[in-house]
Design a protein around this ligand. Structure first.
Ligand code: NDP
Length: 322
């Protein structure tokens, strides 16, 4: 007997705020969404502690709790949440075409619409001391975690727009910010560089790299190395922020979905539409600028509405043609 392939009206790939918000809207619109969670159910927020900037939580909420609540809300309207990793896709170019999807390298599915919400992963330096102290003072999100270091001394590594923006953000909260830039200049835009140099309690150290993050349980300091002179120096800090870029999780879509040169999915105008009919992208996988849970949730909502309108247009055309 040949295998019967499951046909899904709305497949959501990824389980961060974008995916769950898409699921809530898609389920309420009766698109019977099925979500595959990926390797890190709940996404980046499950690695955060307190989330204080998502509207509607006056006392804050911890990241994992918020993701469980989002899942419950999506399931309340009938979303099926499945643990699994989409490992391959074969996307149709035709309006109303069926997209083929493989899960965990073995299960085959067909989808009328796909909402990509696979997110992005923060890059880390890869030092063992940095990895050991993640959650103990090492963070890749100043906007999420900066508040915990109010009035304290912190350091940030990176020389791009994110590092410059986060360094000035931290300088508003913290006593002193030391910014480590590995080259003799920053990659950040001139406007951002001006903002950095105009910030009094922000010191930029060029040609400087991290040798070691110091501390047993929590961050206590940083040993830096000047890559021109080889000179090493230690400073006392309680928070260490990594802002050396993000990697969008788009490997499986390469060659099929239009992306920019850093791998972020390109969406059309203000919509979540990709170059493939019926395939939509939401959240950090298509946004390298804002990257907030609330902005991801907003685009998740948009993707579900775009999917609903797309299906309605396909259906009405079929009826006309029939
Ligand atoms: P970028 O890739 O632009 O910059 C990464 C920075 O990290 C570079 O300075 C790079 O150094 C440095 N870096 C990389 N690896 C290491 C390492 N191992 N050790 C030390 N330093 C390292 O990433 P961003 O996240 O800053 O920005 C991504 C994109 O988003 C950009 O296009 C940016 O313009 C955009 N953006 C725009 C914003 C805005 O307009 N408001 C805000 C934030 C981002 P090097 O230069 O030596 O390679």
């Amino acid at each position: 007997m040949p295998e019967t392939i499951e046909r899904i009206k709305c497949l959501i790939i990824g389980s961060g705020p974008a995916g769950y918000t898409a699921a809530i809207y898609a389920a309420r619109a009766d698109l019977k969404p099925i979500m595959y969670t990926g390797m890190e159910p709940g996404g980046q927020l499950t690695t955060t502690t307190e989330v204080d900037n998502f509207p509607g939580y006056p006392d804050g909420v911890d990241g994992p709790t918020m993701m469980v609540q989002l899942q419950q809300q999506a399931e309340r309207f009938g979303t099926q949440v499945r643990i699994g990793m989409v490992t391959a896709v074969e996307l149709s170019d035709a309006q109303g075409g069926i997209h083929k999807v493989t899960v965990d390298q073995s299960k085959h599915l067909e989808a009328e619409t796909i909402i990509i919400a696979t997110g992005a992963t923060a890059k880390y330096l890869g030092l063992p001391s940095e990895q050991r102290l993640r959650g103990g003072g090492v963070s890749a999100c100043a906007v999420c975690d900066g508040f915990f270091y109010k009035g304290q001394d912190v350091a940030i590594v990176g020389g791009g727009d994110t590092a410059a923006e986060e360094a000035t953000y931290l300088a508003n909260i913290c006593n002193k910010v030391t910014m480590l830039v590995r080259k003799g200049e920053m990659r950040a835009s001139k406007a951002m560089q001006h903002r950095v140099s105009a910030t009094k309690n922000l010191e930029v150290l060029y040609h400087t790299e991290v040798d070691e993050v110091l501390g047993d349980q929590v961050v206590e300091g940083l040993r830096m190395i000047n890559n021109e002179t080889g000179e090493k120096k230690e400073i006392a800090i309680t928070g260490f922020f990594v802002a050396i870029g993000h990697k969008p999780n788009t490997e499986i879509f390469k060659g099929q979905i239009d992306m920019d040169d850093t791998g972020y999915i390109i969406t059309k105008g203000k919509s979540t539409k990709t170059n493939k009919p019926g395939v939509f992208a939401s959240g950090d996988v298509q946004d390298k600028e804002y990257r907030q849970a609330v902005t991801a949730a907003g685009t998740g909502c948009m993707a579900a509405l775009d999917a609903e309108r797309y299906l309605a247009a396909v259906e009405s055309k079929e009826e006309v043609e029939a």
